[in-house]
Design a binder for this molecule. Structure first.
Ligand SMILES: CC(=O)N[C@H]1[C@@H](OP(=O)(O)OP(=O)(O)OC[C@H]2O[C@@H](n3ccc(=O)[nH]c3=O)[C@H](O)[C@@H]2O)O[C@H](CO)[C@@H](O)[C@@H]1O[C@H](C)C(=O)N[C@@H](C)C(=O)N[C@H](CCC(=O)O)C(=O)O
Ligand SMILES: Nc1ncnc2c1ncn2[C@@H]1O[C@H](COP(=O)(O)OP(=O)(O)OP(=O)(O)O)[C@@H](O)[C@H]1O
Length: 515
């Protein structure tokens, strides 16, 4: 049997009477002890509390008998779900807003307490995954057992945790997150980095956890389908920087969003700036050395300083690294000890799956990079970095998400036009017409950038093949969007597809050596 690493082996558990009392909820029934919590019926197990949530698509109570068959003994739900959960034989606690108290319930069952492990939240439009991996690499270098929760995976120390339904989310639901944190504590994890999306804050996924420090990387256009305006999107992130969720925060203050956060946060904030005349706590200078290395120097207003090199391309990686180091010092780790842990070369080797990943590092032919970033700002960041190191032509192959923020599409095309040759393909159409998505991208390119060589090729693998067919060894091809993903979503179905495999196959087809 696969061991579920996202739950403690010896959970404390709680009786239903105690739990109902803590939640201020109604309960009359047997005083059973629940030892796990889940809001997804397919992960219910013996002794589970099934939190049956009303959703957009369905009501979790529809799956109560499924949860009961898997061993769930109790339910937490609203009035609308109670009849179904009782019919399924589950002792039922009723609360008018079960999603709002799920974090509290999970915290009670798993006995999650602040500080054990130390938790670092990372939020921002771009850079969450990068920053959490940099933090993990720093902890590894320092010999500290760490944990990680993010878009790509969840880890407890060196072990990868099996993901489940909510594993497709950047930030899992509160039931899962509390189980994971409790398991980390049981496995003596000292500190963990957790990606926190705006949706996670809005939908109570981080409730009941208190972060020791929260990092804000940046804010740019994304998720306007959920939030309408950038102001609303910012306001969705702001509560992370309040005592309910975090003890303190770290932010860059180079732009108006970081400055606004530093002003409006209600916890102490440590500030970082790359601008010499900005009154920040830490000044950062970065230098893009080559496509394998980026150097940074951080200087505190009290004179302390830190120098390092990261084995990744891009000023933004240096920025994410700076935020990570500052967060560690705010957690109480000594700056000199962090530097010493990087050895005499002061170099951090941080593997970033699907983030500016070179698909054929040992082979020949054009360099092909894949990157999960799917925003105008992330495209711009990557292309400006790659441009500096491109001897020949710079290619971009990309598409835009279906059923997600349609307003960012023209700006994605504008960013893509920083390349010399652009190939527009399908990406992740979900339930949208992919041809219409491509049409919007092509229209921007044709109308605003008539001099940029552009192609429309529906199939992503064929689009990559086209770029490889036109490129030579001096050129760089950037495939934006898919990154680490191994599937695309079309009409509700997940179709296996990897841009890394597609790129390697295209290189091979065109006679290049692939190792
Ligand atoms: C708006 C939002 O956050 N929606 C999430 C929410 O959906 P929902 O409330 O409508 O739930 P539903 O699908 O109707 O199901 C209701 C309940 O029945 C349960 N159920 C359902 C089916 C079943 O067989 N058994 C079962 O128990 C579900 O687990 C759920 O508790 O609960 C679902 C279960 O956890 C999530 O999958 C779903 O995320 C949707 C798919 C989503 O796409 N969310 C995006 C917008 C999101 O949250 N993205 C962020 C940011 C990513 C980024 O930075 O780019 C993220 O953190 O991932
Ligand atoms: N600090 C930054 N500023 C701007 N762009 C960045 C920054 N850090 C990373 N990026 C760019 O954004 C891309 C996506 O980064 P990353 O996957 O870390 O973001 P994310 O916030 O985790 O996004 P998602 O939640 O969608 O996975 C990177 O590969 C890089 O191109």
């Amino acid at each position: 049997m696969t061991q579920n690493l996202a739950e403690p082996i010896n959970p404390t558990g709680i009786t239903l009477t105690d739990l109902a009392h803590r939640l201020g909820a109604q309960y009359e029934g047997p005083d059973l002890r629940v030892t796990s919590v889940t809001s997804a019926s397919d992960t219910a197990a013996a002794g589970s509390l099934f939190v049956a949530l009303p959703g957009k698509k369905t009501h979790g109570a529809e799956f109560a008998s499924h949860a009961a068959a898997s061993g769930a003994i109790a339910a937490l739900t609203d009035e609308a779900g109670a009849e179904r959960t009782r019919e399924a034989g589950l002792a039922t606690i009723i609360h008018p807003a079960p999603r709002e108290v799920m974090g509290q319930a999970a915290s009670a069952v798993y006995d999650t307490t602040p500080g054990s492990p130390k938790l670092i939240a990372v939020t921002g439009t771009n850079g969450k995954t990068t920053t959490t991996y940099l933090l993990q690499a720093l902890f590894n270098a320092m010999g500290i057992k760490s944990g990680l929760s993010g878009t790509v995976e969840r880890r407890v120390g060196a072990q990868g945790v099996e993901t489940r339904q909510s594993g497709r989310l950047t930030t899992p639901e509160a039931d899962y997150l509390h189980g994971l944190v409790a398991r980390m504590r049981e496995d003596a994890v000292e500190a963990a980095a957790v990606e926190v999306s705006a949706q996670a804050i809005t939908h109570h996924r981080i409730d009941g956890l208190r972060f020791d420090v929260a990092i804000f990387t940046n804010l740019s256009q994304d998720h306007l389908d959920d939030y309408g305006t950038l102001d609303n999107y910012f306001n969705a992130k702001l509560p992370l920087f309040s005592p309910a969720h975090s003890a303190r925060g770290v932010t860059v203050i180079d732009d108006e969003w970081g400055q606004k956060l530093a002003r409006e946060a209600t916890v102490p904030m440590t500030t970082v700036s790359t601008k010499a005349n900005t009154a920040a706590d830490w000044q950062l200078t970065t230098q893009e050395l080559d496509l394998e290395h980026t150097a940074l120097e951080l200087t505190h207003r009290d004179g302390r300083s830190f120098k390092a090199t990261v084995n990744q391309p891009g000023w933004f990686v240096a920025l994410d690294m700076a935020l990570s180091v500052v967060a560690l010092t705010d957690l109480g780790y000594d700056l000199e000890k962090i530097a010493e842990a990087l050895g005499t070369q002061r170099e951090l080797d941080a593997p970033l799956p699907g983030r500016l990943e070179l698909v054929n590092p040992e082979g020949n032919g054009p360099r092909v990079y894949v990157d999960y970033g799917h925003t105008p700002a992330s495209f711009r960041a990557v292309l400006t970095t790659l441009r500096g190191f491109t001897k020949g032509r710079l290619f971009m192959v990309f598409g835009a998400d279906g059923d997600r923020d349609a307003t960012k599409r023209p700006d994605m095309a504008r960013s893509a036009a920083l390349a010399d040759v652009v190939v527009v393909t399908d990406y992740n159409p979900r339930f949208e017409d992919p041809a219409a998505i491509r049409a919007t991208l092509m229209q921007t390119l044709r109308e605003e950038f008539p001099d940029v060589e552009s192609y429309e090729i529906a199939d992503s693998a064929e689009g990559i093949d086209k770029a490889v067919s036109l490129a030579n060894a001096e050129d760089i091809i950037f495939v934006g969007g898919h990154g680490h993903r191994k599937d695309v979503e079309v009409q509700g179905k997940l179709i296996p597809y990897s841009v890394k495999d597609a790129s390697r196959e295209a290189l091979q087809r065109h006679g290049f050596r692939v190792e």
